[in-house]
Design a protein around this ligand. Structure first.
Ligand SMILES: C[S@@+](CC[C@H](N)C(=O)[O-])C[C@H]1O[C@@H](n2cnc3c(N)ncnc32)[C@H](O)[C@@H]1O
Length: 219
């Protein structure tokens, strides 16, 4: 977080469907975690789980649901600010009767900083973060020195951050940012079996698309 006022997201003109609005109203009390400047115990949020993952920027939640379904032992704290996506993820969690997902609607920086205790996450998932391709927007890229330090504080020792991007210049940027820190070990990996192909990661939405996966472990 080089500058807390620069956001890594832009709230888009949100066309939210009636079903997404209804899900938001009806299912938020069950799955939603309201933002507060107060630490939250993950063992309280996920009493049935022994591992904890925070996903930052789940979009429409396609990957989130698949991963949560195949990892019932893990509690997933799914974070985004995109209203249609929040509605969609809430409906999918309900349809799939998942008990290992909780959803938050706030800037991930604030949640990490103010709500997540140190050394408590097994993993952070960051799939296809907004690439902010224009040079004047690079300051909005979520992967920066401040973010790397913040994630480091919150991961358990040996915990990992997994990142995927389909924007080659951003892949280079991510590699460079992690090369500057001695707090993590890792680099480019093959797509892990557990990360499903989604809109971004599947048949490319960009012609020249090439997906790079990274895994870095906290030292
Ligand atoms: C390009 S989309 C990718 C969505 C999804 N991960 C996928 O693979 O389809 C990036 C998402 O990250 C969210 N986002 C960006 N910065 C964020 C932040 N600081 N806190 C929470 N969500 C954020 C955006 O709202 C957007 O939904």
């Amino acid at each position: 977080m080089e500058n807390a006022t620069i956001k890594s997201f832009k709230l888009r003109g949100t066309r939210i469907t009636a079903a997404q609005t209804a899900a938001r109203e009806q299912l938020w009390p069950r799955y939603g975690v309201p933002y507060a400047e107060k630490l939250v115990l993950l063992t309280n949020l996920f009493p049935e789980n022994s591992r904890f993952v925070m996903e930052i920027g789940f979009g429409m939640g396609e990957a989130t649901i698949e991963i949560a379904k195949s990892h019932p032992e893990t509690g997933f704290l799914a974070v985004d600010v995109h209203q249609p996506g929040i509605g969609k993820l809430l409906s999918l969690a309900h349809e799939n009767e998942l008990t290992n997902i909780r959803v938050m609607d706030e800037d991930a920086h604030l949640i990490l900083k103010n709500m997540i205790p140190h050394d408590c996450l097994d993993s952070v998932h960051l799939f296809f973060p907004d690439p902010w391709p224009k040079t004047r927007h690079h300051k909005r890229r979520i992967v920066n020195a401040g973010f790397i330090d913040l994630v480091h504080e919150k991961l358990k020792p040996g915990g990992t951050i997994h990142i995927a991007t389909d924007w080659v210049p951003y892949a280079k940027w991510i590699e460079e940012r992690f090369a500057l820190t001695s707090k993590f070990l890792g680099g480019i990996v093959n797509r892990p079996d557990w990360r499903p192909l989604t809109r971004f990661g599947g048949q490319g939405i960009r012609k020249d698309h090439e997906v790079t996966d990274f895994s870095y472990a906290k030292i």
